[in-house]
Design a protein around this ligand. Structure first.
Ligand code: HEC
Ligand code: HEC
Ligand code: HEC
Ligand code: HEC
Ligand code: HEC
Length: 332
């Protein structure tokens, strides 16, 4: 339970919310059969969550051009369920997920995660009942919720008994929904009867948490091996502290590119080597293991290079140019 309940404020706010609720809230949310509620409908009050979600991959799950092509223009019915799902509340077997009729374009939308079989809207907080809410629901703090669709990541995650990063970054939500203190509703008159809460960004993008003194996501080291006939071998060891392989997953195209660049004191590139990790087992960086690789550089680099830069970038069908997820420069 994250919200402190103190007498007067609550009683007053409760009363006010109920009376206001009578006017707007019940009408907006409850009169409409909830599954037909679009993200935009929810977003009239939950503006922050809406804007974040809108830019997230979940909002692209159906309209994705790659997905459209791979399903022959949405003909392959077995593929459609997770990409425009009905509410998944409590479902553990992905085969039981069904495809939503309403608002298909919204892909993995608000009601997918928030609507319960009792037509309540679930969430982890204790809140004023603006619409039918299933308050203080721990389901939303559980990796299982994400795992029903992200099976490969979830299977990996289950193998790690405790977080390899930090107690505070244990579940999918902990890392992929960065924490932020704010109101649940904003830019609405009746926001003033609500207080701030510990909420989560709906970007689904991991964001390193500077407060928890967590272990870094990635750690890289290098060792120069004895010079031999063909050149200068440098061993690079990279370890990640994530509870799933990098990359992982069975759906879609994804790679992580590692670049090892030797640079002069002025930062000019002397020589660069490239390695690609794929999502399949044994071609990725698995959990809890050091990944070692020897790169052979030409002998000349010994004279010119002062620094070694090691970077990782993630690519998928939308991130063609890659998104950097790690970079480190050290003296050679
Ligand atoms: C069990 C749920 C589920 C089913 C069924 C499913 N997907 Fe997905 N799909 C996902 C998840 C989750 C992702 C996100 C990536 C990940 O976690 O691996 C994804 C991502 C994708 C992507 C990457 C998005 C992009 O635009 O690059 C493509 C393409 C894709 N799926 C195609 C398919 C196809 C084709 C099928 C049918 C053969 C299918 N999916 C069936 C859950 C599912
Ligand atoms: C008319 C305004 C309005 C609309 C529309 C609306 N909500 Fe809410 N919602 C609220 C208010 C007010 C609260 C309580 C906020 C508080 O007490 O801090 C709330 C609370 C919540 C919570 C928190 C529940 C908890 O226990 O943690 C979730 C989740 C939620 N809404 C999701 C949705 C979804 C999904 C939709 C669309 C289907 C939606 N809301 C539509 C006003 C609205
Ligand atoms: C109903 C199925 C479903 C659920 C539940 C779900 N996702 Fe997804 N997720 C998807 C699909 C489908 C995609 C692929 C969208 C695309 O890229 O087009 C995706 C994409 C993602 C991506 C981006 C993947 C990439 O390769 O860029 C992340 C990160 C993610 N989801 C995290 C989460 C987290 C965290 C949760 C739990 C809070 C969650 N998801 C719950 C279906 C789901
Ligand atoms: C300790 C933090 C942490 C936890 C816990 C975590 N992840 Fe991740 N996850 C990351 C980071 C960091 C990346 C890679 C960086 C990026 O994609 O921007 C990532 C990448 C991903 C991706 C993108 C595709 C890929 O494979 O590179 C998906 C999907 C994903 N995680 C899903 C999940 C799911 C589902 C869970 C829970 C079972 C989970 N993650 C738990 C930190 C975490
Ligand atoms: C992939 C699943 C998923 C989707 C899609 C999703 N949410 Fe959430 N939402 C969650 C989870 C998990 C939490 C609990 C976060 C926490 O621990 O506070 C949450 C919490 C919330 C809360 C309570 C405040 C908070 O951050 O805790 C509101 C309000 C909310 N969501 C609204 C929305 C709206 C509006 C949409 C659509 C625009 C939406 N959500 C889409 C998973 C989802």
């Amino acid at each position: 339970m994250r919200v402190r309940l103190f007498g007067f404020k609550v009683v007053f706010a409760f009363g006010l919310a109920l009376s206001l609720g009578g006017c707007f809230l019940e009408k907006a949310v409850v009169e409409q059969p909830p599954n037909t509620m679009s993200a935009e409908d929810c977003g009239t009050c939950h503006k922050n969550e809406f804007r974040e979600w809108k830019k997230s991959p979940h909002a692209q799950a159906w309209v994705s051009e790659t997905f459209r092509q791979q399903t022959d223009g949405y003909q392959t019915t077995k593929c459609l369920t997770c990409h425009r799902p009905d509410p998944i509340y409590g479902i553990e077997d992905p085969k039981k997920i069904t495809a939503r009729k309403e608002n298909a374009n919204e892909g993995v939308t608000c009601v997918t995660c928030h609507l319960t079989p009792e037509s309540e809207i679930g969430g982890p907080h204790l809140v004023l009942p603006a619409h039918y809410v299933k308050s203080s629901d721990d389901y939303y703090l559980d990796s299982k919720q994400c795992g029903v669709c992200h099976q490969a990541h979830y299977q990996d995650w289950k193998k790690t008994e405790k977080s390899m990063v930090s107690k505070k970054l244990e579940t999918c939500q902990d890392c992929h929904m960065p924490a932020v203190r704010r109101k649940l509703i904003v830019e609405q008159l009746f926001q003033y009867v609500h207080w701030e809460n510990d909420t989560k960004k709906h970007t689904f993008e991991p964001q390193p948490d500077p407060i928890s003194k967590a272990e870094p996501w990635f750690v890289a080291t290098h060792r120069i091996l004895p010079l031999h006939r063909d050149g200068l071998p440098i061993e690079v060891v990279i370890r990640h502290n994530l509870p799933h392989g990098v990359p992982a997953g069975i759906f879609g195209f994804k790679t992580v590119d590692m670049l090892v660049t030797l640079k002069t004191a002025e930062g000019l590139t002397v020589e660069q080597q490239h390695l690609v990790f794929h999502a399949e087992n044994k071609k990725n960086m698995p959990i809890g293991q050091d990944y070692k690789k020897i790169f052979n550089f030409s002998k000349e680099v010994l004279v010119k290079a002062e620094y070694i830069e090691i970077s990782l970038s993630r690519r998928n069908s939308r991130l063609h140019l890659g998104k950097q997820i790690f970079i480190q420069q050290t003296r050679l």
